[in-house]
Design a protein around this ligand. Sequence first.
Ligand code: MN
Length: 293
Amino acid sequence: MTPIQRIESRATDLGDGMLVRRALPTRARRMVGAWCFLDHLGPVDFAPGQGMHVGAHPHIGLQTFTWLIEGEVRHRDSLGSDQVIRPGQVNLMTAGRGIVHTEDSVSDGGRLHAAQLWIALPPATADCAPAFEHFPHLPRWEDKGCAFTLVAGNFAGHTMPARFHTPLLGVDACSARATTIDFPLDPAFEHGILPLEGEMRIGGERFVADEFAYLAPGADGVSIDLAAGSRILLLGGEPFAEAVLMWWNFVGWSKEAIAGAQHEWESGGPRFGPVPGDGGRRLTAPALPWAGS
Ligand code: MN
């Protein structure tokens, strides 16, 4: 069986007490296919008056992908999109050459549980027009007591209708009771499997929540023992020949592309428009890490 790389997520503070566990990128692994960023939010129970509130910030060169498990989050962006995402739904925002968005808990207090991912755009389309899509109904099925949701790509005869720029897979699997699931895999893909709750075993190795298991290309299937009450997220994709550059909220294929976006955001350039109705909350970019830029 293919060797498995174990990747520890690291706790990251998004501010205002919003702690997440980041499984990508890490020193050990930058990407799984085009998936280049993976934050696991919660499950967290906000006190009354508390919630997630992320002010206006820009993106380039990527798609943001939100998979909501519990709670309600309102997305607004510089295209004029205004969309509440609810459990079992996906939001896909294509930044391309530039977009600005905000994210806010709909109600004060209550529970939030989500996965937020970024998908790197390949060089040919990294500069494409921005777009936003909401997917309220995803393919769902049950097998051996396990509930599956296809959040990206094609799997087991199901298709998630979003357009991606490189071949991708995303499957959420959730089981109230202990079970074994056999995932057929595309050998051209690399894969990552993240327990979001509970624990799993692969080839006798145990992975608890936020221990990410990476499988290199070549595997045509994986057998996963899920403990009762567990939920996992399986990601796959064709490996990129080289890792993209990432800085703050920007993904790019050159330092110049990222420095240009940084400068336009800081100077209020036309590429990054306002988020209508948002009231002007605006995040500040940190200094670029490259001397002389
Ligand atoms: Mn964002």
